[in-house]
Design a protein around this ligand. Sequence first.
Ligand code: PLP
Ligand code: TYF
Length: 388
Amino acid sequence: LFAGLTRQPPDALLAVIGMHRADPRPHKIDVGVGMYRDESGATPVMRAVKAAEERLLKHQDSKGYLGAEGDQRYTDLLARLALGTKLAESDRLTGVQTPGGTGALRLAAELTARSGRAPTVWIGTPTWPNHVPIFLAAGLAVETHAYFDADRSGVDMDGCLAALSRARAGDIVVLHGCCHNPTGARLTAEQWTALADLIAARGLVPLIDLAYQGLGQGLDADAAGMRLLLNAVPEAMVAYSCDKNFALYRERVGALWIQAATPSAVMPVRDALLMLARWIWSMPPDHGAAIVRTILEDDNLTQSWLTELSDMRARIAAIRASLGEAHPVLAHIAQQEGLFALLPIDKTAVASLRDRHAIYMPDSGRINVAGLNSVSVKHFAEAVMPYL
Ligand code: PLP
Ligand code: TYF
């Protein structure tokens, strides 16, 4: 049975974790995988998360099954945070808890595959390396198009609009809600409007991947483009991750919302979501979602979470500003947002930085700016300078 299987390359981003760990040099720098780190390089459990866990430990009186939808109160409270009250309370919306943003994307892909249509999924590049395989794995056709113009270090809006004007009605358009991975390039309000106009006019279905809400400009600002888009179209999907903004990574906390064209279309969509979820993971893991629910249900915990999130966002912005000042070629980093930036260097340079300076990043030249602190950012900029 298994003899036909061949070796597969490891995930290029996750592989960086192992390489960095094995390096004994004390001054080593990990700007690889996308996790927030504090000034000391740690990825701590957030204060509100610890407090919520203590409450759960004390008061949670059952681990009984919840069902394929997971913790529905979590999903509903989170919908208000992500989508805003009006869209969250729409009678055209339904949502379920998923194992991380990845689970949400895969469920969205499976739902699309069962729609009875054969839509193409349009994805701007570069993108998170898991995006394309997730849709291919569900049997969907994927078409990639330019998203980023490396020469200008900005969004290639003309390329994007030109590609999407070739899409057919019913095709899916995958968009990063904020904090684009890997470029950090932000869409302006005008660009969101241009995209929304085109998507609405051509009858396309946006799938917004919102994995970093609150780590860019702020919770509402980071969701504004997505909300504009949802208001402009009849049908849409939102794949959400709480793994970064609640620092719950390994707990795998996500949600998928579907906006249907009419209220009567909602229950068939929901039935399909629950059926597909049962076939894949049966029920999502509870603990992380229970933590997020506990925080969102309580004003004090919510305030504590918001404060810590805003400190994280400020630290990211400060590192971005330092990098931007270090060299004209890096100036765009200060204008962009989130954990990631793409350095204009090739994989030989990446290998050389690793060997000579113990600086770890994937071959793509993507850096997680949160891997730097106010001291190491200077060493980092000096080490990178000769390759720019
Ligand atoms: N989408 C993007 C753009 C990401 O960078 C990530 C990162 O992990 C995910 C989705 C998946 O999030 P999760 O870890 O919650 O599955
Ligand atoms: O892009 C990143 O670094 C994060 C984390 O297979 C990640 O999105 C990386 C690779 C992967 C899963 C998550």
